[in-house]
Design a protein around this ligand. Sequence first.
Ligand code: ATP
Ligand code: MG
Length: 309
Amino acid sequence: MIITVTMNPAIDKTIEIDRLVAGGLNRIRKVEYDAGGKGINVSKTIRELGGESIATGFIGGNAGNTIATVLEEKGITCDFVTVDGETRTNTKVFESSGAVTELNEPGPTITAAQMERLLEKLSGYAKEDTLFILAGSIPSGVDKEIYAKIIRLVHEKGAKVLLDADGELFRNALPAGPDIIKPNRVELEEYAGYDYRAATEELLKLARDFVAQGIETVAVSMGKSGALFVRDGYEAECPALSVKAHSTVGAGDAMVAALAYAWNNKLDNDDTVRLAIATSAGAVTTIGTKPPTRALVDELMTQVVIERL
Ligand SMILES: Nc1ncnc2c1ncn2[C@@H]1O[C@H](COP(=O)(O)OP(=O)(O)OP(=O)(O)O)[C@@H](O)[C@H]1O
Ligand SMILES: [Mg+2]
């Protein structure tokens, strides 16, 4: 079973307008809403791939209810902790010129008691065949050690964790020993303290070091340069697929979803890599963070080239 944890979900609101006039009346041409946040994006992509997951984390207010409704409509089971205050709505205003203005709300502050409720929920789901996806930022009021704490909590019951976080959250979680990680190039450079663009060899070395420290699977995503996959006894580099790019936002989340689906379905190394590259390439062809269809992923999988290292 796959459990995605989104502590800081959001409604992604997309507005289309001819021209935004600051300080004036603006008439909106088109508006769309979707449930967002990294863990939620992962749940949506797993669903498209034909898998199942339970989405958890914190939701609040009308926006929170909307998120749960949208996910349930897509066939994703929700089990969120309800908090006071209103879940964020992040608004993107697209003008005809191509200019994009973003308006991001702060979201609710999480109390210690609310965090306890989430931890109890996670502990209840933790079993040997459970994979938790810890992805994205955390709301205010939450300690930056939280991912390490969750990893230790669920490991006690034999569950596994896939971590997709950056900066301090990533660094702090590593000593707890996540099982799968998917840092992108920039996240690894920051972690290693490089102030230059790292060569593939350097990224590979960092990935090997993580595996030597006990992390089972390290996928390093390098945007349109493809990805590296390192496990004990298996190392591969794959170029990215040549697709018509619409939006690369969420490509990493799609790769995380594929890695989780592959784990849950016990795919072998090569099939895991194929699915990860094809799903992330498919995500690039869609608008925003919309997941690719399974049919497109299947077609793209036939194009993946795996270079064993
Ligand atoms: N332009 C592209 N063309 C084809 N595939 C791409 C492109 N950009 C990204 N990908 C695929 O998506 C994977 C993940 O991309 P990337 O490294 O940008 O993730 P990320 O920075 O974590 O993204 P995010 O956090 O926004 O979801 C890459 O390893 C690659 O397989
Ligand atoms: Mg990412």
